[in-house]
Design a protein around this ligand. Structure first.
Ligand SMILES: NC(=O)c1ccc[n+]([C@@H]2O[C@H](COP(=O)([O-])OP(=O)(O)OC[C@H]3O[C@@H](n4cnc5c(N)ncnc54)[C@H](O)[C@@H]3O)[C@@H](O)[C@H]2O)c1
Length: 274
């Protein structure tokens, strides 16, 4: 999809961080943008920034784990905009701490947003995207945590959810290639967002919200990271080129190599005779 101008994008988790950066980058390309977020009022605030770029914006409250709300949203989007050209399943939460200490609530909440939130978005929109005449592309925000294990902070629960989201996204990329629908996994490293404060959105059934930073995180730590608006521009580049993976942090290549080298070391061990 070379020319995004006049096309329609939907971004989940658009009220903050990377979602906001992607929404603004879409607007810069001349796209109309639907902004969805679970945190009340945040999508509305970013919608005002999008509208200032002289494109249409629609802000909606949406919990990506709610399949009924997703179905309703898909109907509304197609009624109002006629088609959806770019679906960005970006909403995500981070839980931190030793993987052996992850609670049932941590596992269920993290997977419900980071994996099932992505699947729900695809399930709600893909049938309609398949039926439309216009171009269609799906971006799922994964993470470098889908490709490597964090060497500084224990993020095993989060990383497990992102590995699953990456496998899902790559499978979808291959499946939809013959239909001309692009699929990309966005894999950022550290970005200056509120991800370290994800607990603010923890639902009551999983322990309720808190203003505590995730274990091992401090707000100052995030401010040394990449600007989310720069990530938004990288996403546009990846969509235009229909890349399977979109990398915003090429300097992290060595960490992926180290991870795969450890895997290769075990292959080599078992290929040797006793
Ligand atoms: N910040 C980083 O360093 C980093 C790195 C790699 C990947 N990511 C991923 O980027 C994505 C965006 O995170 P971010 O860093 O911008 O964090 P953020 O906390 O600033 O933004 C996440 C947004 O998702 C929304 N959200 C949370 N749960 C939701 C739900 N159930 N339904 C709808 N919206 C929900 C939040 O309200 C928030 O607006 C996530 O998938 C995250 O895992 C972030």
């Amino acid at each position: 999809m070379d020319d995004l101008s006049g096309k329609v994008a939907l971004v989940t988790g658009a009220g903050s961080g990377i979602g906001r950066g992607i929404a603004l980058a879409c607007a810069d390309e001349g796209m109309d943008v639907i902004l969805a977020d679970v945190q009340e009022g945040t999508a509305q605030a970013v919608a005002a920034e999008v509208e200032a770029k002289e494109v249409q914006a629609l802000a909606v409250d949406l919990d990506v784990s709610d399949t009924v709300a997703y179905e309703w949203l898909a109907e509304r989007v197609y009624d109002q905009f006629g088609e959806l050209n770019l679906l960005v399943n970006n909403a995500g939460v981070m839980t931190a701490g030793p993987v052996s200490q992850g609670s049932q609530a941590d596992w269920h909440w993290t997977f419900r947003v980071n994996l099932f939130g992505v699947i729900n978005g695809v399930n709600a929109f893909l049938p309609r995207m398949r039926a439309q005449d216009g171009d269609a592309h799906i971006v799922n925000t994964v993470s470098m945590a889908g490709l490597r294990l964090n060497e500084q902070i224990p993020l095993g629960v989060y990383s497990s959810s992102k590995h699953a989201a990456l496998a899902y996204t790559e499978s979808l990329h291959d499946e939809l290639a013959t239909e001309g629908i692009g699929v990309s996994a966005l894999c950022p490293g550290g970005v200056d967002t509120l991800i370290g404060m994800s607990e603010r959105n923890r639902p009551n059934e999983f322990g309720g919200p808190s203003d505590q930073a995730a274990r091992g995180f401090s707000p100052g730590m995030m401010s040394q990271q990449m600007n989310p608006e720069d990530v938004g521009r990288v996403v546009i580049r990846g969509v235009k080129a229909n890349r399977r993976l979109i990398f915003s942090h090429p300097e992290l290549r060595a960490q992926v190599e180290r991870r795969y080298q450890r895997i290769m070391d075990d292959f080599d061990f078992f290929s040797q005779q006793d």
